[in-house]
Ligand binder design. Structure first.
Ligand SMILES: CC(C)[C@H](C(=O)O)[C@@H](O)C(=O)O
Ligand code: SF4
Length: 421
């Protein structure tokens, strides 16, 4: 950065570096794309656009197909679409992560396909997740994704930035998911539309926790969610963090908010907007039919550990179903090796194939009219997990686990039994 350049945000820094010239919010930038990710449900459309353009991927090693949203296939047409994606990836030398490998965002992170300062485009809105390691991750539609695959580049309007600072320390029993839900409440469901949410949390959050935070950013309408590394946490980025990725001192933000973690209680997002966030204690007692622990938001090993801590020696309530779906095959193997899955199953959990599971109501746990689900996912829109008359409440893995045992919304502390003398 030359001295006469104005201070830049993290988004401006990355887009400047990857476009080869200094750009600021509002400018158009043509940037090199480091990774293009294509999910099963969009693959056919992307392949069609490429065929119409008579183009093929310019850098096949930078293109990954992931079969995760409805995997294994639920219908003949889904199976056909997945077959097409599989065959296309193999014919053109692209990466393929097939049924059971896991959810696209978790898999790309595990495979080192998102790194600090990279630009990662996904055919999936939660591609903001890659900001957990300082990659400019964003979701795009089939046409833009196909053009990026064909050319190795994309164009972007450089986003304005909102600075979110986390201060203080979480109390015991309060998690990064609670912090993420609070962040969405504060920003509002469209409060960061087309903005970069720059997350300043020092070394407070693990890599997985930062994935939860960056993942939720799109629920405030954000273009990307970039976690600025601080202190010790740098080691869990897994890669060198180039100094040019850091935001400059004195960069301009459209809005700045501070969230005091020490004041947070376990939070829950009630239907049907993600920013409809309340303390769990205010919703306590509502009868629940299904609990779902998994997804790109909260299906990692640390999330399964948090659930197992609550479920150890407990039983899921008789009228409640508990579905647990690890975010990837790696998570599943680790949870199997350390006994976590056994604890969950002994409590009555039903395990599913690593992938999205019932998150968007396509299979493996669709809700009937009138049913209520507490889920560790990121969306609770009308009909998100099934019938339009069903309801989804979003929470942390610990709260979801406690709710499964209680059969109604509640907290781990509600499970403590007082033995009469
Ligand atoms: C199917 C996919 C394109 C969609 C998304 O873009 O996010 C899904 O993952 C979701 O969470 O709603
Ligand atoms: S787990 Fe849910 S939110 Fe994440 S990519 Fe899959 S469907 Fe979308």
């Amino acid at each position: 950065m030359t001295p006469n350049q104005p201070p830049r945000t993290m988004a401006e820094k990355i887009l400047s570096a990857r476009s080869g010239k200094f750009v600021s919010a509002g400018d158009l930038a043509v940037v090199e794309v480091d990774q293009v990710m294509i999910v099963d449900s969009i693959a056919q459309s992307v392949i069609k656009v490429l065929a119409d353009l008579e183009a093929t991927p310019k850098f096949p090693e930078r293109v990954s197909f992931v079969i995760d949203h409805v995997a294994p296939a639920s219908t003949v047409s889904v199976a056909e679409a997945q077959k097409e994606a599989r065959e296309y990836a193999s014919a053109h030398g692209c990466r393929l992560f097939d049924v059971g490998r896991g959810i696209c965002h978790q898999v790309l992170m595990e495979e080192g396909l998102a790194r600090p300062g990279w630009i990662v485009l996904g055919s999936d809105s939660h591609s903001t997740t890659y900001g957990a390691v300082g990659a400019f991750g964003t979701g795009m539609g089939a046409t833009d994704i196909a053009l990026a695959a064909a050319s190795g580049k994309t164009w972007l309007k450089v986003p304005e930035s909102v600075k979110v600072t986390f201060a203080g320390d979480l109390r015991p029993g309060v998690s990064a998911k609670d912090a993420a839900l609070e962040m969405i409440r504060v920003l509002g469901a469209d409060g960061a539309t087309y903005m970069s949410v720059e997350i300043h949390a020092g070394d407070r959050f693990t890599r997985g926790e930062r994935m939860t935070l960056a993942n939720l950013c799109v629920e405030a309408g954000a273009k990307c969610g970039l976690a600025v590394p601080g202190g010790e946490v740098l080691s869990d980025y897994g890669y060198d963090f180039p100094s040019w990725v850091y935001p400059d001192e004195g960069a301009t933000y459209l809005r700045e908010v501070t969230i005091d973690l020490s004041a947070l209680q376990p939070r829950m997002s009630a239907p049907s907007e993600v920013d409809n966030v309340h303390d769990v204690s205010a919703l306590r007692g509502l009868k629940v039919d299904q609990v779902f622990i998994g997804t790109c938001t909260n299906g990692r090993l640390e999330d399964l550990h948090a659930a197992a801590d609550v479920l150890q020696g407990q039983r899921v309530a008789p009228h409640t179903r508990l579905l647990v779906i690890p975010a990837s095959s790696v998570v599943m193997e680790q949870a199997m090796a350390d006994g976590t899955l056994l604890t969950l199953m002994q409590a009555g959990a039903i395990l599913g194939t690593p992938g999205c599971g019932p998150c968007m109501g396509r299979h493996q746990g669709v809700l009937a009219p009138g049913e209520v689900c507490v889920s560790t996912s990121n969306r609770n829109f009308i009909g998100r997990m099934g019938a339009a008359e069903s309801k989804v409440y979003l929470a942390s893995p610990a709260v979801a686990a406690a709710t499964a045992v209680l059969g109604h919304i509640g907290l781990p502390e509600d499970l403590k039994v007082t033995v009469a003398s």
